[in-house]
Unconditional design. Structure first.
Length: 159
């Protein structure tokens, strides 16, 4: 049984008929989703620091102190949290919080969810080389460098 609003009529001359990538997400939407995800990762980092501080308070007693991490350790841990967050999100549901808010889904070219390995590789590339997004306007299929390397695509999706 199909619902009427799930059916999309394609009339002759409609751009969707000629362009199979017409539902591909653009650079602005993907950058906004990335900004939301950066805020989520920062929130996860703060929550982990508070949890560690609370645990230390229970073990050693007052006063409660936030961990005093070096700059390089903070950077490495933040990078690891971001990679894990992105990889788990893409492999399990096809989208992060930012993707969900902006109506995006990350899949393989065939439309299936990315496996763990491809999601992890894509996450590593996105965190290490975020300027790869700026290839999107020059790509015929609106693909970032990360999409090309991992054979993935980001498209608009109704949840």
């Amino acid at each position: 049984m199909t619902r009427e609003d799930d059916l999309v009529a394609v009339t002759p001359g409609d751009d969707r008929e000629q362009d199979p990538h017409s539902d591909a997400a653009g650079v602005v939407t993907r950058c906004l989703a990335g900004l939301v995800d950066a805020l989520v990762v920062a929130g996860i980092g703060i929550a982990l620091q508070l949890a560690f501080s609370g645990l230390r308070l229970l073990v050693t007693g007052p006063p409660m102190r936030m961990p005093d991490l070096s700059v390089w350790l903070t950077g490495v841990l933040g990078w690891a949290i971001a990679v894990l967050y992105l990889a788990v999100s893409w492999a399990s549901t096809g989208g992060t919080v930012g993707d969900w808010l902006l109506g995006l889904q990350v899949t393989g070219r065939a439309g299936r969810l990315l496996g763990v390995t491809r999601a992890l590789l894509r996450a590593l590339l996105c965190v290490a080389f975020p300027v790869g997004l700026f290839w999107i306007p020059f790509s015929r299929r609106h693909a970032s460098v990360q999409d090309i390397v991992t054979a993935s695509r980001v498209r608009y999706h109704r949840f």
